[in-house]
Design a protein around this ligand. Sequence first.
Ligand SMILES: [Zn+2]
Length: 279
Amino acid sequence: MKRKLLLIILDGVPLRNWARLFGNLEGWVANGTAQKWTMTSVLPSISASCYASIHTGVTPQEHGCTGNGNVFRIKQPDLFSEIRRAGGTTGAVTHSFWSEFFNRHPFDYVRDIEYDEPESTTINHGRFHSMTGYGHANQMTPSDLDLFATLTNLARRFDLNYGILHTCTLDSMGHRFQHESHEMDHACFVMDEMLAPFIPRWRDMGYEVIVTADHGQDARGHHGGNDPLQQQFALYYFGDAQGPDAQTPLHQLQLAPSILNRLGAPIPESMKADPFLPA
Ligand SMILES: [Zn+2]
């Protein structure tokens, strides 16, 4: 493969929280190290539907995932399958939905909690968590530091060409405390500080890095519908390509073909959106 790339998905972070609370990311934009755009999610702006669209580049109306209660093995080509087809090695440190969508369904808690499958046509190295028991009083999310470290560990040990990390911490905090709260200010601040040291480290390891969300949340911590607070979020790109003007609005369906471009993998017929990063 031409390059290596890590995709970091912070679940459920609305546009307004990025600029106000992620000082490290914003500092890298200010000094020209990172490029930043506003991206709009697909509809419904619900997690599972967005995960499937992030990786396939097709709408929920096409891939068929209508929400978190409707998870199955997606049929369309996705980032894992196309990167494998082009000879790359893939890794995932994510919610178990990603394993179910792109490798096998249903999720077997013992077999699938972690696997190393060099011959897989999709995910070679997976480390998953299911958040079983998740609710208002118990978030059931791992520490984000542990997740960042696990991705770094996989990238080093297996020389991943593509790795995705996804964490639900901030989505859960938003559902619990909404967005005008000390708790949310602090949670975003902690996420920014935990993530920050890994970005130069990943760059030193030869990776381009994208940090973004799957969807936003409105003032009540809700998402799923057609509303800028629920659908819009920031996308930060650390890499050598020059993207469009910072004011250019991006759509979530552009993410998958852009990543394939950077890695040097062919874009499948099913991904029709224009890449915002060149090959
Ligand atoms: Zn989500």
